[in-house]
Design a protein around this ligand. Structure first.
Ligand code: PMP
Length: 448
């Protein structure tokens, strides 16, 4: 390995970093993380902090999770790669499809289609939705609906259903036929409605309105995150997802839950669908499926999909990735799922989630910069920062960087996304780790 001076000099010079401008990377070089243990990470200068970001909402079991590491090593020795394209399969992928169909049975899911990550899973679900309708003789159902503020990844289909202009504008024109519904975001919404139950009603009324306007028989699917994540942790009122499901069912529109963040325990429930008591037609999952240790994803498929694809000789899935069902990823996922269940991570996610959410609410009393605190469902919490509480004027980018740096110097890595400070630590965080995280956030907010 090259020495630390070499690494620092070339960090932003030779590598374009995702979601970052090359000039910003030079001006504020990304932190070089070189080590990890438990829920902590260590940078190239030896500074060790609690990882309040949990990798990127994916390292649910922490960095030391030995069973997943051992499973990866053993699978690399046994069979490091073989494809699951037509004519071949591998044992790890078969076993994983069995375990996942058991795990997601309460969500009505019985089949798996494997991918290499979250964007692949979302793109796969959109493609399969269109194919489902074609197979049923409704080729005119090609459009997609999604929520404003939603985040669904980076492929062209993903970006097209994305509800944040920042991830769309530079890459337009996107897929035609994608329409966006107001999100159940109480802090800012076009209805000026702060009551979550009333806002949920208004948003589903807007959904009904858009469906009527487009014509129900032109719409393939609605995709939504059960709790909006990257858009700033926006949990809807509990009535929202069931109402969306009912509307979709009534109009023959498939419902896809984008569970790239919410599956496998992060919300304090095993899936976002189970949190809200719905049964979507497809679930896009990735991230924590391998604890972030291997790029992998799975789209889970419900009964409607199974019926149409498995009873039609013409239903060839002309879609898939070189790494669909990668045996090392599948082995990692098997170990991860076993560990996730053994530790029953949802209990700790719920308890620590409450601790962090309540801790952030207390910080609101202390720091004027805190405009809104959102969370309360497991380990997904956001503080929306404002420069003026009365007008809700968002903070500027520099303030966000100052908050992040001060938090880092005070013991925790946190994520700043637009005006939001996002906390999504590993689900195995202890009470003490959560206190360290909260005091680092406190110091960060003070520095702004
Ligand atoms: N959907 C959601 C809800 C996500 O949060 C993300 C990633 N943050 C994606 C899709 C895209 O996943 P990936 O970055 O693995 O492609």
């Amino acid at each position: 390995m090259k020495d630390s001076n070499f690494l620092k000099e070339n960090n932003a010079r030779l590598m374009w970093h995702p979601m970052t401008s090359p000039q910003d990377s030079i001006a504020q070089p990304p932190k070089i993380i070189t080590g990890s243990d438990g829920v902590s990470i260590t940078d190239i200068d030896g500074h060790r902090v609690v990882d309040g970001v949990g990798g990127l909402w994916n390292v649910n079991l922490g960095y030391s999770c030995t069973p997943v590491k051992e499973a990866i090593t053993a699978q690399l020795e046994k069979l490091p790669y073989y494809s699951t394209f037509r004519g071949t399969s591998n044992d790890a992928a078969i076993e994983l499809s069995y375990e996942l169909s058991e795990f997601f049975a309460p969500d009505g899911m019985s089949r798996a289609f494997f991918t290499s990550g979250g964007s692949d899973s979302v793109e796969t679900s959109l493609r399969l939705a269109r194919q489902y309708h074609k197979l049923r003789g409704e080729a005119g159902r090609t459009k997609f609906l999604s929520l404003k503020k939603g985040y669904h990844g980076t492929h062209i289909g993903c970006a097209s259903v994305n509800g944040n202009a920042n991830f769309r504008n530079a890459y337009e024109p996107l897929l035609p036929g994608c329409y966006h519904i107001p999100a159940p975001y109480t802090y800012r919404n076009p209805f000026n409605e702060t009551d979550p139950a009333k806002l949920a009603q208004l948003c589903v009324a807007a959904l009904e309105d858009e469906i009527a306007f487009q014509g129900p028989n032109t719409i393939a699917a609605m995709i939504m995150e059960p709790i909006l994540g990257a858009g700033g942790v926006i949990p809807p009122h509990e009535s929202f997802a069931p109402m969306v499901q009912e509307i979709c069912n009534r109009h023959g529109i498939l419902l896809i839950t984008d569970e790239v963040i919410t599956a496998y325990g992060r919300t304090g429930a095993w899936s976002g669908a189970r949190l809200w008591g719905i049964q979507p037609d497809m679930m896009a999952t990735a991230k924590a499926i391998t604890n972030g240790f291997f790029p992998f994803g799975a789209v889970m498929l419900g009964e409607r999909m199974v019926e149409v694809f498995e009873n039609n000789p013409a239903a060839k899935i002309a879609h898939g990735y070189t790494y669909s069902g990668h045996p090392v990823g599948a082995a990692a996922a098997l170990a991860c799922l076993a560990e996730t269940k053994r530790l029953n991570v949802i209990t700790n996610a719920a308890a620590r989630g409450t601790q962090i959410y309540e801790g952030c609410l207390k910080l609101m009393e202390k720091h004027d910069i805190v405009g809104d605190v959102r969370g309360g469902h497991g380990l997904m919490t956001a503080i929306e920062m404002v420069s003026d509480r009365a007008t809700k004027k968002p903070i500027d980018g520099d303030a966000g960087s100052r908050v992040q740096e001060a938090a880092y110097q005070n013991g925790a890595m946190i994520r700043i996304s637009g005006p939001n400070l996002i906390l999504s630590p590993p689900l195995v965080l202890t009470e003490n780790d959560a206190n360290i995280l909260l005091s680092a956030v406190d110091a960060g907010l003070a520095a702004a």
